[in-house]
Design a binder for this molecule. Sequence first.
Ligand code: ADP
Ligand code: ADP
Length: 217
Amino acid sequence: MIKFDQVTKRYPGSIDAIKGLSFQIDRGEMVFLAGHSGAGKSTLLKLISGIERATMGNVVVNGQNLSKLRASQLPYVRQHIGVVFQDHKILYDRSVFDNVMLPLDIIGFDRRESTRRVHAALDKVGLLGKEKTNPIRLSGGEQQRLCIARAVVHRPSILLADEPSANLDRAYALDIMELFKSFHQVGATVVISAHDETLMADYGRRIIRLAHGAFAA
Ligand code: ADP
Ligand code: ADP
C-alpha cells in the first residue's frame, strides 16, 4: 500500500515539484501516472522509492512512514520496491547477467539462488540466451527489458516504472505494457508513468493525472 498525505516536495532553490498531494494506491493495484514533462511524475515515483524525501507531509509505503524513517532504515524498505529508471542506469561495463544480479548482490542473496533468479527474470522478459552479452549490443527494446528484469529479480511487492515506453515505437511499447501487466497479475503493485496517455487508455486502469505538481482536472 502506498499513501500520500498532504505531500509537498520542494527541491532546493526550485519551485514545488509536488504540491500538497493526498492519495492512496492499494496493494496489488496497477495505476498510471500521466502528465506533461515537468508535471512531477518522476518526483512522485522518487518519493515512493525513498530516493527523494518529502519536504512536508507523509509518504507511507508498506506501512512504513518514509518521512519519519531514519536514512539507515531506508534500504529495508527499498528491498520491497523495484524501479525501472527513466535513464536506465544500465552498467555497460558488465554483462546482461551481472546487471540483473546487482540487486541480489546488494541484498546479499546466496549465489545459487541468485543465479536461478536471474535466469528466471531474464526468461520472463525474453532475454534468456543473452546473459553474457554486453548491454551495449542490445536494441532499445531489449535494454528496456533488461531494466525490467533487474527491477523484478528480487520479487518486489511494488514495481515503479518511470516512462518505460518513452523512445519505443508503439508495438514495443505495448509489449512492455503487457510485461508490467503480467507482474501485476501475480500480485505486484505497479505504478507506471508516461506523458503519452494513448497507451494507458486501453488498459482501463486508474490514471492519476498531474499538472505542475497537483492533480490535473
Ligand atoms: P516529470 O517526471 O513529470 O517530467 P519531474 O518530477 O521530473 O517531472 O519534475 C517536476 C519539477 O521539478 C520540474 O519543474 C523540474 O524542473 C523540477 N525538478 C526535478 N528534479 C529536480 C532537481 N533534482 N532539482 C531541482 N528541480 C528539480
Ligand atoms: P522465481 O521462481 O525466481 O520467482 P518466476 O518464474 O516465479 O521466478 O517469476 C519470473 C520472474 O518474475 C522473476 O524475476 C520474479 O522475480 C518475477 N516475479 C514473480 N512474482 C513476482 C511478484 N509478485 N512481483 C514481482 N515480480 C515477480
